[in-house]
Ligand binder design. Structure first.
Ligand SMILES: Nc1ncnc2c1ncn2[C@@H]1O[C@H](COP(=O)(O)OP(=O)(O)OP(=O)(O)O)[C@@H](O)[C@H]1O
Length: 251
């Protein structure tokens, strides 16, 4: 296993409240890693530490390291804009910008300096194809993204993440607000994406974790209780608490 991200003794406090307790974990490259655990155990917080989204929250203290391609992302010289380009994020609720479908996807590349119309057209088409949305929207690229269905909007948000050529995509319960058909489409899409990207996803849905993840991390009260291959963890959990959680006995 080649680790693209390594967290080392990572601890995080919101004020006096310690939410992550010494998380040490290697995230394998080109695999799907699911973060599971009961509500409030720190999954989203951990996910956000991986591209420094917690910098945007006041009153946060972080110790330890998160190494991305071998370099600590919390080092003082890190360019956070570049980091968030490399490690993109898709949120729980689809959050397209109130602009056209085309502009939603072109926005990131433009921000990173691409001006050529032909190049932008190409990126928009490729990103929408990669997010399995192109066929549905190719004739209405100039219409508002807000006119798309929730599932389409979420695939647009994935296209937006892909448009800046990240290496890692963080997904925070990105199918939680979708119907089963849209959820299935996103799951298929995520499985296709892993040939090119590393995906780390928070999910409350155990079936989803089993269906699509290669590795699984079980969090409880801010601790990483168990981490391993999903098939092995679900077939033979090493920890009693993991077993209780995945068999639905708590959480
Ligand atoms: N911005 C914040 N300020 C203060 N406390 C926060 C903040 N964000 C999260 N917390 C607290 O940190 C703890 C962990 O929250 P987090 O959202 O990481 O958990 P989670 O496992 O992702 O939960 P869920 O599955 O419900 O989304 C909770 O007690 C939460 O109240």
């Amino acid at each position: 296993m080649n680790a693209i991200i390594e967290s080392r003794d990572l601890k995080l406090w919101y004020g006096d409240h310690q939410v992550l307790k010494s998380i040490t974990m290697d995230i394998p490259e080109h695999e799907i890693t699911a973060l599971i655990g009961p509500s409030g155990c720190g999954k989203s917080t951990f996910l956000k530490t991986l591209n420094r989204m917690n910098d945007l929250v006041g009153n946060v203290r972080i110790t330890g390291e998160v190494n991305y391609n071998g370099k600590n992302i919390y080092a003082p010289d890190v360019d956070v804009t570049k980091l968030r380009k490399d490690i993109g994020m898709v949120f729980q609720k689809p959050n397209p910008f109130p602009m056209s479908i085309y502009e939603n996807v072109a926005y990131g590349p433009k921000t990173h300096g691409i001006r050529s119309k032909a190049k932008l057209d190409e990126i928009v088409e490729e990103s929408l194809k990669a997010s399995a949305l192109w066929e549905e929207v190719k004739d209405r690229l100039k219409t508002s993204a807000l006119g798309l269905s929730g599932g389409q909007q979420q695939r647009l948000c994935i296209a937006r993440a892909i448009s800046v050529q990240p290496s890692v995509i963080l997904m925070d319960e990105s199918t939680a607000s979708l119907d089963p058909i849209s959820t299935g489409k996103i799951e298929d899409l995520v499985m296709e994406l892993k040939s090119q990207y590393t995906v780390i996803m928070v999910t409350h849905n155990m079936q989803q974790a089993v269906r699509i993840s290669d590795y699984c991390a079980f969090f409880l009260l801010g601790e990483l209780v168990e981490f391993g291959k999903t098939k092995e963890m679900f077939a033979k959990p090493q920890n009693k608490k993991t077993e209780e959680y995945i068999t639905g006995r708590f959480g």
